[in-house]
Design a protein around this ligand. Structure first.
Ligand SMILES: [Zn+2]
Length: 277
């Protein structure tokens, strides 16, 4: 579906888990070349629809197949798409080793950095490094139409998971602030529908995270708690499949607050307010 001039969104599959939407693949076509952004899971019907679209557009040369981050619902179709179209696989520098490992070392994507540009003919794409969801997550900014392709850094209708193992909450907030400076008119998120109020959306996410932090600090005013205990206080009704993710989210907030010396943790994993003398 052409959601904006020269920008196609391909979404396959529904919503299996409440709060989790099918991954988006975007196809951007310029006068000289095109790019795919992300590749979903790599199921046969998905690959067929990407290739059908590429053929409908008369097989434009692919400047790149850009992978916004390492997760399987974004890189699953990458190898097949690369083989069929000869498009070079590109990802954030810090994702190269993770993605290469997921590809069983069959192929190594090329790392890209903040400010790298792709000129598709009348369309200029710029890479923005946005660590947070994963350490090497990137967003892509289309200058002419002011469209931001956000991967999982910004999602439509759901919250970005920041796990303590792969992500970092402080970096995530910094990345969101960085994105505000681009003054995008639209955001094409990694999951969910086109967002047409980007500034408001970005500010809302920052506010939500701040609110969550204040809730955590408030809980800790009453005593020492483990992340699991805080989880049961913060989330009353949440699908069981999302519990682990939610506890990870709390842990990421706790790491941030601890680094800011607002809280401390004892050797049993219980957190408390840092009371300065
Ligand atoms: Zn992801």
């Amino acid at each position: 579906m052409e959601i904006l001039p020269n920008i196609y969104q391909i979404k396959i599959g529904g919503q299996d888990i409440p709060g989790l939407y099918a991954p988006n693949v975007f196809f951007v076509v310029g006068n000289d070349s095109a790019v795919f952004i992300d590749t979903a899971y790599g199921k046969k019907n998905e690959i067929n629809s990407y290739l059908r679209l590429w053929e409908e557009k008369l097989r434009p040369k692919l400047s790149a197949i850009i992978l916004t981050h390492r997760h399987n619902d974004h890189i699953g179709g990458a190898i097949q798409l690369n083989k069929a179209t000869d498009g070079t696989l590109i990802c954030g520098d810090k994702e190269v080793s993770h993605i290469t490992k997921s590809f069983n070392n069959i192929i190594k994507p090329i790392g890209t950095k903040n400010g790298d540009k792709f000129n598709l003919g009348g369309i200029t794409l710029e890479i923005i490094e946005t660590p947070g969801h994963t350490s090497g997550s990137i967003c892509i900014f289309l200058h002419e139409q002011k469209v931001l392709f956000a991967g999982d850094t910004v999602l439509g209708g759901t919250t970005t998971a920041i796990s303590p193992e792969q992500g970092n909450m402080s970096h995530y907030i910094d990345s969101l602030n960085k994105l505000i400076n681009y003054k995008a008119k639209y955001i094409c998120p990694g999951h969910g529908e086109l967002i047409n109020n980007p500034q408001e959306k970005l500010e809302n996410i920052i506010n939500q995270r701040e609110k969550r932090e204040n809730q955590i600090l408030n809980i800790l005013k009453d005593g020492d708690f483990s992340p699991e205990e805080m989880f049961s206080k913060l989330y009353k009704r949440l699908n069981k499949k999302l519990h682990r993710e939610a506890i990870g989210q709390i842990k990421s907030h706790l790491i941030k607050l601890k680094n800011e010396s607002k809280i401390k943790v004892n050797n049993k994993g219980y957190y408390s307010i840092e009371r300065k003398l």
